[in-house]
Every structure is written in structure tokens, then in C-alpha cells.
Design a protein around this ligand. Structure first.
Ligand code: ADP
Ligand code: MG
Length: 331
């Protein structure tokens, strides 16, 4: 059972950033208005996610770390429309199998909170505690019992960059939620939850970078590529003066859900062709809206990769949108 837990954990939890993503999505699922992520040593030593959401009742807390325990009722349409984050009830179970995990939670109407601790798959505590409404999940010593997995982790700064990208993506997808990321005691990302996209851009990328980002041209002009797909492209792209040494500054969302897509990355990079130096990469926040039926969500267990029914048309539409926007701003 311990082995099964560890193997299964590997599918969902690849690195500290995967833990952060699962915990933040749980907080969002719990209607949190404020989510604070704190990490130490690239997340290996400690990851803490604090939210002010609906909390977990004393009776449900032990179940939350059981495999396939989920409080979220879902129908197939939910999956198809990409609206619900978790759908497997295995994130917390997976994290519990490979870390020293503590959850303190208090639903707003409960008189006190409950604290659960599980050390590498073994529950060691379940007790009442004083707590603010909401949930605090603390994950320590990730993968300490899976040396192969731990040695596969990159250096601290790289793992931190992945985490920063995850929190940035969540903040960009949820301007109405306040996000903060604290790295080794220093706040590196903060948004105010006001719903202002401007505020989110500044909070995620910094004021200097945000000043070099321009909105993508409205979709009407995408013409024949997008219309049969009922595809809309919006978001913003960095001017060619804003470049990075890696691809982490390119973020894609489908129906408000963050996805990874190498093909879309290539589409954007090609739109900047000759505008930026070889070895440098653009910054872009690209939202695609399209009918749920044209996207397949179930390609990867962590749901970050999707397949479009017409990949080529989506690729072309994104590239056209970026080119058009750049053409307007770059002489
Ligand atoms: P899933 O999100 O797929 O349901 P998880 O393993 O991520 O599975 O979480 C298990 C359950 O724990 C959730 O269904 C939810 O009931 C509860 N839970 C986890 N995190 C939170 C949170 N931050 N606030 C409220 N409930 C939570
Ligand atoms: Mg979940």
C-alpha cells in the first residue's frame, strides 16, 4: 500500500510546483478570496498554502487524504467544460504519501479548527486547535522517502521559478482572488484581488515588465481561421523589448484554465521571429475561449495538456493574433 501510494503520487506530484498547483486549485475550489503561498528552499523544505475558503469539517478532514476521496460532485459535463479543477480526489493522498503533511482547517461556522498530521503516509495526529476560518496546508520534506524522485529535482532557483510560474498563472486566471507568493520570507508576487487585470499583470510580472505588455487585438479580425471554430483569442503580449532567457514567461489558458502547450509556444515564438534575438523568448498571456466540445481535457492525468479538435486552426489563429498585435506596436 505504501508502495502503491508512492508510485501513484509520481503521476500527480512531479515536483514542488505540482504540489503548489494542487493546493492552490483546492483553495480556489473552496471559494477562497485570498491565497497565500509560502515556500522555503525551492519547496523541498516547506510549502505552505493558506486560504480563507470554506474549510474542511472535522468529520471530513481524515477522509481528505484518502485516495479517491473527493467532496466534489462532478458530472461529465463538468470535465468537458473544464470548469472544475480537481476531479480525481487523489492530490492530497498523493502528497501525503511522499511528505510530512499538516492540514489545519476550520469551516467559517465551526467553533474551532482541526489539525491533521500525516508523516509519509502515516497519520500521526488529529486534534482540535484554535484556527482562523479557512485552510492551511503545510508540506515538508517533499520526496524525502523517494530518493529517486528527490534527486531528479533541479536546483532551488529552478524549482522556485516553476512555483512562481504556477502561482502567476493562477493569479492571471483569477484576478478576483488575492494571491501572494513568499519565497524564503520575501514576497515576490502579490495581487490585490480587485479584479483589475492591470493589477494582476503588475503583481505577476512586475511594473517594469507590465509597462511593456500590450493587449491582443480583438478577435473579430482573426477572420476565417477562428470563425468556424468559434475561437476567441485575447490576453496580452510583451513588446520585443521584453524578453526572457527561458519559455516560462509564455502562459496559455483555455476557457480560463491554465494549460501547457508546446505547439502554442512555437506559434507565439514564430510570431516574434526576427523581432527578438535567438536564445531569448517572449512574454505572453494568451487566453483561448472555445466551445468545450472542441477541446479534449483528458490527455494527461494532471490535466495541463489539452488536445484541440483542430490543432492547426488554433495554432494559426494564435499566431495571427500575436502577429497582428505586434505589427500595430512595432514599426
Ligand atoms: P479533489 O480536489 O480532486 O477533490 P484532493 O485530494 O485535492 O481531491 O482533495 C480532497 C478533498 O479535500 C477535496 O475534495 C475537498 O473536500 C478537501 N479539500 C482539500 N483542500 C481543501 C481546501 N483548501 N479547502 C477546503 N477543502 C479542501
Ligand atoms: Mg484537488
Amino acid at each position: 500500500e505504501a508502495t502503491i501510494g508512492k508510485i501513484a503520487a509520481g503521476e500527480v506530484i512531479e515536483r514542488p510546483a505540482s504540489v503548489v498547483k494542487e493546493l492552490v486549485e483546492n483553495a480556489l475550489d473552496a471559494s477562497a478570496r485570498s491565497i497565500v503561498v509560502e515556500i522555503a528552499a525551492g519547496g523541498r523544505e516547506c510549502i505552505r498554502v493558506r486560504d480563507d475558503g470554506l474549510g474542511i469539517s472535522a468529520a471530513d478532514l481524515p477522509l481528505a487524504i484518502e485516495r479517491h476521496a473527493t467532496s466534489k460532485l462532478r458530472r461529465f459535463e463538468d470535465l468537458a467544460s473544464l470548469r472544475t479543477f480537481g476531479f480525481r480526489g487523489e492530490a492530497l493522498a498523493s502528497i501525503a504519501a511522499v511528505s510530512d503533511l499538516e492540514i489545519i482547517s476550520r469551516p467559517p461556522d465551526a467553533v474551532h479548527g482541526v489539525r491533521l498530521r500525516s508523516v509519509f503516509g502515516r497519520r500521526t495526529a488529529l486534534e482540535p486547535v484554535a484556527a482562523a476560518p479557512g485552510t492551511v496546508v503545510t508540506v515538508r520534506d517533499l520526496f524525502a522517502n523517494v530518493p529517486a524522485r528527490r534527486s531528479f529535482l533541479r536546483q532551488e532557483s529552478t524549482e522556485t521559478a516553476y512555483i512562481q510560474r504556477v502561482v502567476g498563472a493562477c493569479a492571471l486566471a483569477h484576478p478576483e482572488v488575492r494571491f501572494e507568493l513568499v519565497v524564503d520570507g520575501r514576497t515576490v508576487l502579490a495581487t490585490d484581488g480587485s479584479g483589475s487585470l492591470e493589477n494582476v499583470l503588475v503583481g505577476v510580472f512586475g511594473a517594469e515588465a507590465a509597462a511593456q505588455m500590450v493587449p491582443i487585438q480583438p478577435t473579430d479580425d482573426l477572420g476565417d481561421q477562428a470563425r468556424p471554430l468559434r475561437l476567441e483569442v485575447h490576453g496580452c503580449v510583451g513588446l520585443p523589448t521584453l524578453t526572457r532567457s527561458n519559455r516560462l514567461g509564455m502562459l496559455f489558458f483555455v476557457n480560463r484554465r491554465w494549460i501547457e502547450s508546446r505547439p502554442l509556444g512555437v506559434a507565439v515564438e514564430q510570431a516574434y521571429h526576427t523581432l527578438i534575438m535567438v536564445g531569448r523568448y517572449p512574454v505572453a498571456v494568451i487566453h483561448l475561449e472555445l466551445p468545450p466540445g472542441s477541446v479534449d481535457v483528458n490527455v494527461h492525468p494532471t490535466k495541463r495538456e489539452v488536445r484541440f479538435s483542430d490543432e492547426r486552426a488554433v495554432f494559426n489563429a494564435v499566431q495571427a493574433a500575436v502577429r497582428r498585435t505586434l505589427a500595430q506596436h512595432v514599426p
